[in-house]
Design a binder for this molecule. Structure first.
Ligand SMILES: Cc1cc2nc3c(=O)[nH]c(=O)nc-3n(C[C@H](O)[C@H](O)[C@H](O)COP(=O)(O)OP(=O)(O)OC[C@H]3O[C@@H](n4cnc5c(N)ncnc54)[C@H](O)[C@@H]3O)c2cc1C
Length: 464
């Protein structure tokens, strides 16, 4: 207790009174957007600049004080959950949009800027930030970088990693690594930003970023297609990708078990098909884009790759189609359910799901429900499994059914959300011992006292 008091007393003149929250100001905060518990930590530290982040980490490092970084708290793998012995470093005061460069098409900003605010800044400059996800109003660009977020535009533009040109981070000991490159090409030595992208805050705290901007799109065409056979899905993706000349942005597949549940009161296409595919293309030529989209959908029908189709005729119809895809909460209405985010090659999806279904049946008989949907064009599936009584033993049995078949499928236990605390026992399903050993070496080299997001990704025994 004396040590934490001394640490906070040392930090107060550097951060100011606004920069440190204690007691009820900590415990009255929600621990995460989808959680009903509150933050537990000795203090929440709110630096406003890179220098203040460096002060915080230098002093925490010296004191051996563990630090958990908070962005927008929308992460879904328990990466930002603190214990009562931790201090939280929140980026909530680091919200400056520093510059929009329309010549080089870049956006420089602090890590605590909300994704929506970053998108708006790009829009106002007549450009687009291609990163987009449902949590855009709450998540931060620093959190997006730390988790290498995916989202709605991955098929065309790639994940967060592809939108980040440069980045600044502070290491555990307070060293500032400013790698604020703004160029598309820079092969001079190691690309150090990659150390901090997707490493879930375990190697450093991201403080500033330079993001790549793209030309804004002015047209958006959306359709829902129905398919009877899974074998048609990769063919449909190939046909649309080539006929839409690189403008395809979304290829979202909903299995019948998901569609019939979430679209039961609003069915743009009749229930009864095995698969429903939401496709979207974005471009800049209103007449040609819609003609090309219509023609691509017609080809899909005449070539037998789709059994039925509906093209959205208005913004309202488009929103209704997306609402079906995004109504995952409806799968949680009938009792406890677990939502999974896995990745695997498109060619392995059907056999993988058959194996998951078999194992769930063996474990639970007919007393389970599985709903499947996801960014299938990116090889990313979400499975919602309702089975058992919600106890940790039941959850472990469900996790086995979902994760273990990924080994044979060549898949990953996390396509988007990271490992955090939630999935660390499953990491070895998709990462081999040599890969994990290198990850541990990096962690030990950059954070020798193990103060940053301790216990995430690896089990605690493996950390310094
Ligand atoms: C409705 C909804 C939809 C979503 N859709 C998607 C989706 O389509 N694709 C997707 O990938 N994710 C999605 N997510 C998950 C989540 O939004 C992303 O993981 C997001 O990138 C997390 O950002 P955050 O600022 O909320 O980070 P937090 O939740 O605060 O933190 C996540 C992790 O990053 C670390 N971290 C945060 N900021 C920093 C920083 N500045 N430096 C170092 N480490 C940091 C934290 O310690 C933690 O380990 C969704 C979540 C919700 C609630």
């Amino acid at each position: 207790m004396a040590e934490i008091n001394a640490l906070l007393a040392g930090l107060r003149p550097l951060l100011g009174d606004d920069g440190i929250l204690l007691g009820e100001e900590v415990s009255s905060r929600s621990a995460g957007i989808w959680r009903d518990d509150s933050v537990q930590a000795r203090a929440i530290l709110r630096p406003a600049s890179t220098e203040q982040v460096a002060d915080v980490l230098r002093m925490c490092h010296a004191a051996g004080q563990r630090v958990v970084t908070h962005g927008g708290l929308t992460g879904l793998s328990e990466g930002a959950i603190a214990t009562p012995d931790d201090v939280v470093l929140s980026t909530e005061r680091m919200t400056a949009i520093e510059s929009v460069d329309t010549v080089n098409r870049t956006l420089q900003l602090q890590a605590g800027v909300r994704l929506q605010a970053a998108q708006d800044a790009a829009d106002q400059a007549g450009l687009q930030l291609a990163l987009d996800l449902g949590a855009r109003g709450s998540c931060t660009v620093g959190g997006n970088a730390a988790t290498n977020a995916g989202g709605n535009n991955v098929l065309r533009y790639g994940m967060a990693r592809e939108q980040i040109l440069g980045l600044e981070a502070v290491l555990a000991d307070g060293t500032v690594v400013s790698s604020l490159n703004g160029m598309l090409k820079n092969n001079a030595g190691y690309d150090l930003k990659q150390l901090f992208i997707g490493t879930e805050g375990t190697l450093g705290v991201i403080t500033r970023l330079i993001l790549r901007l793209r030309p804004a799109c002015t047209t958006r065409e959306t359709a829902l297609l129905a398919c009877d056979e899974f074998a048609r899905i990769p063919q449909l993706l190939r046909l649309l990708d080539s006929r839409l000349s690189g403008t395809l942005t979304a290829f979202e597949v909903m299995w019948n078990d998901y569609y019939s549940l979430v679209a039961r009161d609003r069915q743009p296409l009749a229930d009864g098909f095995s698969y429903y595919v939401l496709v979207e293309a974005q471009g800049n030529d209103s007449q040609r884009d819609s003609d090309r989209f219509l023609s691509a959908v017609e080809h899909a029908l005449t070539e037998g790759l789709a059994a039925d189709a509906m093209i959205a005729q208005s913004g309202r119809e488009r929103n209704e189609l997306w609402a079906i895809r995004e109504s995952v909460e409806l799968t949680l209405e009938d009792g406890p359910a677990m939502i999974f985010d896995v990745g695997l090659p498109l060619s392995a999806m059907e056999s993988y799901l058959a194996e998951v279904r078999r194992q769930l049946r063996d474990e639970w008989g007919s007393a389970h429900r599985l709903s499947v949907f996801g960014h299938a064009g990116d090889g990313n599936l979400h499975l919602v499994v309702a089975a058992g009584d919600g106890t940790s033993a039941a959850q472990l049995r469900i996790e086995r059914c979902v994760y273990e078949p990924l080994a044979d499928a060549g898949g990953t236990v996390s396509a988007e959300h990271g490992i955090g605390l939630e999935k660390k026992q499953w990491l070895s399903i998709c990462r081999n011992p040599a890969e994990i050993a290198v990850m541990r070496k990096l962690k030990a080299a950059l954070d020798p006292r193990g103060i940053l997001n301790h216990g995430r990704i690896f089990s605690a025994d493996d950390e310094p």
